[in-house]
Write a protein that binds this ligand. Structure first.
Ligand code: B1H
Length: 840
């Protein structure tokens, strides 16, 4: 039995507080100092901020472990139905602060740390964030894990433990420079390796058709490479609950036995080379957002983590003495886009080849297991793999896909006879030119539910990209509008606003965001308005200090903080924001006395390293900033700031300080957006198009509290169909012409007229994303924003109502919808009584 120390103030009766589980301030303090000594091997005089961070992280991890082990024990004992969220990306953000919030000990720890002469904020700053995602899709997965745990839903996140996450962005001479993200450099206190649950993954080679000892026809995959997947587990704690679920990420290693032939034949370097090749699989995250690269290594990554995860789930099933026939009863698997869609073929292979199930049983289990979330309509993001490449890596899966396709096309023929064009449109194989495997089609056929991520997006999926599949299987289609976790994006990142809100309506809104509605009663209360404004002002001052420290630019916290923060992509139209900036600049230059509400334009975001136009837009922002910030004529009225290395940590500083949230994508292009929700939750007003979740945000907050501009998706389609000519707008709009001419003239590029030519030309001659068509509407709308800001009472009223009406956009709501309508899974309560820790 364990030896317990006795402590002065155990929190609850009958509960033994030991040095690793106790939550009282004195116990926490002692645990922290113990870790500093015994884990970091330091005492105060020598300790670095990182030592302090690590000492605290381990103290908090100890508090999680009891919950984590109990959660696993109870799920195992009850054989609970479990959600498995398959995602190539999990953009988790730093763990420590979030765990303090969810354990509900943030304030106590902050106080205890201060008593030791330290500052919690500085320790939190030390944590290197696990940036294992690109943007919205990866962050959505992270918010969903938070909500799943908070709602006490048994769940596992499955993905890849990339050694290098999304690159760090530096700016040199205005250009983006990419630096590798060595996030594991100082060790990761949140993960535990589980080498005892390693699995083997085969790659390449060919298939063998043979007759087994019982005279049965069988197929065997003879691979030419094998890698080992090692799981690393991270606890995902719910908010104010004992549930701690697991994020299980796979690292690729060479099998120990691998290539001993090469060793034996003396080819030591050859054998080590093979090892390097294996370990490359989980080396680096592909840094593209909303586009697919078509590289073999990427397909290998996808197959690697999917195969590891499905084998792991079979191990769990067998461990609970459940038959394989119950796979779909034990697990609901969500495919986060098509990146894990190979799972459909892999589960078929495992059930048929490895576990000798019949095709029909395997198919019935497979379809009842998977559900597929589509995140984009952009054609360049739809994953397709050349059949050749696919077959060279996954020969058996290609056979399975052909067989699936034959059976599927027979179904199509029965429902839609004599319709060859439909057959070729729907086929799992694109045969219009070079042959490709269509991953979205595989995901649709292999899933019982297909969902989009906002109402408009789901409608467009049904009408356009997946039209044929909607006709074939209308019952499979559902909408699940995205959501964000209020724990990280409000309670943790905006403590002052959290406290104000809680002082008025209590704290139950944190787990039931709909209750924010009660704030409406305060929207016109002068005292409350003043407090609301003061908090926004203080948050802006903090961001201003950050800007001064990192950019050397002094910005005015009384100006409108007008913020566009997201990945760089032409469809997101950062360039349109720039055209507004240049237009205001031109107005002031032409008429120095003009009245303009002072603004600070703040940008943040990364461009994919190979995306030339996106990188050129970053350069243009920095070039415009250089000129405007130095020009005495606009001093006190316009400032432009590019914040480098936008990531979860920086996002947490930005949302609380925003007055205006820029959500200006071309209608029909942004599937949902989630930044839009985080800004509004923190009291920013939105200027936006009718795109993605903007539509629903506007519905919720009311049209009068939302700055709407631009063409609708339908109008965009109509314009494209009738032959859009951007030059007409250029010729007929003097201000627009002036803005573009300024950029083209070399005014922002030291006289260089070539530098930004590709940007100007692309607008004048193609303008794929309708910037010129939306320009005037945007400028007019921004004028309204400037006027509204001058009436601070009105602005504050709108700001309060925006936050008060964000209830729908909690990821708790999204997850409840998924649980009820797709996964059919129920909560399981985790108690700490009978805990293995306290019982033993
Ligand atoms: C979204 C992606 C994406 N949609 C391919 N698609 C990737 C596609 O590495 N790749 O190959 C990576 C990411 N990401 C985003 O998902 C949408 O653009 C947003 O509108 C949406 O809010 C977010 C979450 O649903």
């Amino acid at each position: 039995t364990l030896q317990y120390n006795s402590f002065e103030d155990p929190r609850c009766e009958g509960y033994l507080e030991d040095g690793r589980t106790g939550m009282s301030p004195s116990t926490l303090k002692r645990a922290f100092l113990n870790n500093l000594f015994y884990v970091q091997g330091k005492f105060k005089a020598l300790a670095t901020p990182n030592d302090y961070y690590m000492a605290l992280a381990y103290a908090i991890r100890d508090r999680l472990l009891q919950r984590w082990i109990n959660t696993a024990a109870i799920y195992t004992a009850q054989g609970s139905r479990t959600v498995a969220y398959f995602s190539a990306e999990f953009l988790m953000g730093p763990h420590l602060g979030n765990n303090l919030i969810n354990l509900d000990i943030y304030k106590d720890v902050e106080k205890g740390i201060a008593e030791m002469g330290l500052n919690l904020g500085e320790l939190l700053e030390q944590e290197e964030e696990p940036g294992l995602g690109n943007g919205g899709l990866g962050r959505l997965a992270a918010c969903y894990l938070d909500s799943l745990a908070t709602l006490e839903i048994p769940s596992l996140g499955y993905g890849i433990r990339y050694e290098f996450g999304i690159f760090d962005q530096e700016i040199e001479d205005g250009w983006q420079v990419e630096i590798t993200d060595k996030w594991l450099r100082f060790g990761n206190p949140w993960e535990i390796a589980r080498p005892e649950w390693a699995v083997e993954v085969k790659l390449g080679g060919h298939t063998d058709h043979y007759v087994d000892d019982h005279g049965r026809y069988r197929i065997r995959w003879v691979p030419d490479q094998q890698v080992t997947g090692i799981p690393y587990d991270t606890p995902i704690l719910g908010c104010q609950t004992n549930t701690a679920n697991t994020l299980r990420l796979w690292t690729a290693e060479a099998p120990e036995s691998f290539n001993f032939n090469a060793f034996n034949s003396g080819d030591y370097l050859g054998a080590v080379y093979e090892k390097v090749v294996s370990e490359n699989i989980s080396k680096v995250l592909y840094p593209n957002d909303d586009s697919s690269q078509g590289k073999k290594l990427r397909l290998t990554q996808q197959y690697f983590f999917v195969s590891c995860s499905l084998q792991d789930m079979i191990r769990i099933l067998v461990g609970q003495e459940l038959p394989l026939e119950k796979f779909h009863e034990k697990f609901a698997v969500q495919l986060n886009d098509t990146h894990p869609a190979i799972a459909v073929a892999e589960l078929m292979r495992l059930l048929i080849d490895m576990h000798h199930m019949s095709w029909d049983s395997a198919w019935s289990i497979t379809q009842r297991t998977f559900a597929y979330t589509n995140h984009t309509l952009l054609p360049e993001a739809l994953e397709r793999w050349p059949v050749e490449l696919f077959g060279s890596l996954l020969p058996r899966h290609l056979e399975i896909i052909y067989e699936l396709n034959d059976r599927f096309l027979d179904e199509v023929r029965i429902k839609f006879p004599e319709d060859d064009s439909r057959l070729s449109r729907m086929s799992l194989i694109d045969e219009s030119g070079e042959r490709y495997v269509r991953m979205a089609h595989l995901a649709c056929v292999g899933s019982h539910a297909i969902n989009g991520v906002a109402a408009l997006h789901t409608e467009l999926l049904k009408q356009d990209v997946l039209y044929d599949f909607y006709q074939m299987y209308p019952g499979k289609f559902q909408n699940k509008t995205n959501g964000v976790t209020p724990r990280r994006f409000m309670v943790l990142s905006n403590p002052a606003l959290t406290e104000l809100v809680t002082s008025k309506i209590g704290d139950t809104w944190i787990k039931n965001l709909g209750e924010l509605q009660k704030l409406e009663a305060w929207a016109d209360n002068p005292e409350f308005q003043q407090q609301w404004r003061q908090i926004k002002q203080a948050n802006k001052q903090e961001l201003a200090a950050y800007i001064q420290k990192h950019n050397g630019i002094i910005v005015d916290p009384n100006s409108i903080f007008d913020i566009l923060a997201k990945r760089f992509h032409e469809y997101k139209r950062q360039y349109l924001d720039l055209l507004h900036i240049v237009t205001l600049y031109n107005r002031i230059k032409a008429n120095p006395d003009i009245e303009i509400t002072p603004r600070t334009f703040i940008f943040g975001g990364k461009a994919a390293p190979g995306y030339f136009m996106a990188k050129l837009i970053i350069k243009l922002i920095n070039s415009v900033a250089d000129v405007i910030n130095r020009d005495p004529d606009v001093r006190g009225r316009l400032k432009v700031v590019f914040l480098k290395n936008y990531n979860v940590k920086l996002a947490q500083r930005i949302y609380p300080a925003a007055d205006l949230s820029e959500q200006i994508s071309t209608a029909g292009k942004e599937a949902s957006g989630t930044g839009n929700m985080k800004f509004a939750l923190n009291g920013a007003l939105t200027i936006g198009t009718l795109d993605g979740a903007n539509v629903e945000i506007r519905e919720e907050v009311g049209a009068e509290n939302f700055f709407l501009f631009g063409l609708t998706a339908e109008q965009v389609y109509a314009k494209r169909a009738s032959g859009y000519n951007p030059m007409e707008y250029y010729n007929s709009n003097a201000e627009l012409r002036l803005a573009l001419d300024r950029i083209a003239s070399g005014f922002f590029s030291h006289g260089d007229t070539e530098l930004f030519k590709p940007l100007v030309d692309s607008l004048l001659h193609h303008d794929q994303y309708f910037l010129l068509a939306d320009y005037q509407s945007y400028i007019d709308c921004q004028e309204q924003v400037g006027l509204a800001y001058r009436d601070q009472d009105r602005w504050t009223h709108m700001s309060i109502l925006n936050a008060a009406r964000m209830g729908k956009f909690s990821s708790d709501r999204s997850i409840q919808d998924y649980c009820r309508e797709i996964w059919k899974v129920e909560p399981v309560t985790i108690t700490l009584e009978n805990s293995e820790v306290t019982d033993s």
